[in-house]
Unconditional design. Structure first.
Ligand code: DC
Length: 224
């Protein structure tokens, strides 16, 4: 049986994970969150006291880590040394260090086979930064999601509000987003880019429902 694979790339705050999760549910596909995989390895590095991009230390830790992902009703669960870490990897500290460790060739090499193998064994929708460009260049559908920096900062502010985090400076949030964009777009390996064959969806003025419908329709065309 031929399984469908959908690649979704885009910058932080483009709505990628929220929307991709909903599209996966709508279609009954596994939602493969590659950012969570980078976060989980980073969590392991930090737990072992590693805070610098030292390729030899990284390789040592990767040799000794037991890393795996599981899918239950399309939802991804990430395990590090048999502990489920999906919640622990969402802290500000892990976010900050993940963009650093995502530059490591050893880290990217470690994850790419896991990610590719997932595509051959189920219908999947995978989101990240390099999915259409590196991981699944032959994906059946490729989508690049984006939104203006202002809108992405506004969404991040709403997230903080929902979490009860107060006194957050909008300009600072905007600067953090720009800094992460720069890191993701300018690293040597697998930078964030839109491949020519990807459909660009600018979500700045769209509702979540509109984006979900647009993406679901793009996938339904190839399912036929
Ligand atoms: O999407 P996210 O915020 O969970 O991603 C966390 C970090 O991992 C972010 O700095 C970009 C990086 N990342 C990456 O380099 N390649 C991917 N395929 C996914 C995420």
């Amino acid at each position: 049986m031929k399984y469908v694979s959908v690649a979704v790339d885009g910058p932080a705050g483009s709505g990628k994970s929220t929307i991709t999760k909903l599209v996966a549910k709508e279609l009954g596909y596994n939602y493969v969150d590659t950012g969570a995989m980078y976060r989980a390895l980073t969590y392991n590095f930090l737990s072992n006291g590693l805070k610098e991009l030292e390729e030899n230390d990284i390789k040592n830790l990767l040799e000794n880590v037991d890393f795996r992902v599981e899918y239950v009703n399309g939802v991804q669960y990430v395990y590090v040394n048999n502990v489920e870490v999906s919640d622990k990897i969402r802290t500000a500290e892990v976010s900050k260090y993940t963009s650093l460790f995502a530059k490591s060739p050893a880290v990217r090499e470690f994850l790419i086979d896991t990610q590719r193998n997932l595509a051959g064994t189920n219908n999947i929708i995978m989101d990240g930064r390099d999915i259409a460009s590196v991981v699944l260049p032959n994906a059946d559908v490729k989508i690049f999601l984006t939104a203006s920096v202002e809108e992405r900062a506004r969404r991040r502010m709403l997230d903080f509000e929902r979490q009860g985090i107060e006194n957050v400076d909008f300009e600072k949030v905007k600067e953090d987003i720009k800094a992460r964009d720069w890191q993701d777009e300018n690293r040597d390996i697998a930078p964030l880019i839109k491949v020519e064959s990807a459909t660009l969806i600018d979500t700045t003025t769209m509702t979540i429902e509109e984006v979900v419908a647009r993406m679901t329709n793009l996938v339904k065309v190839v399912e036929k």
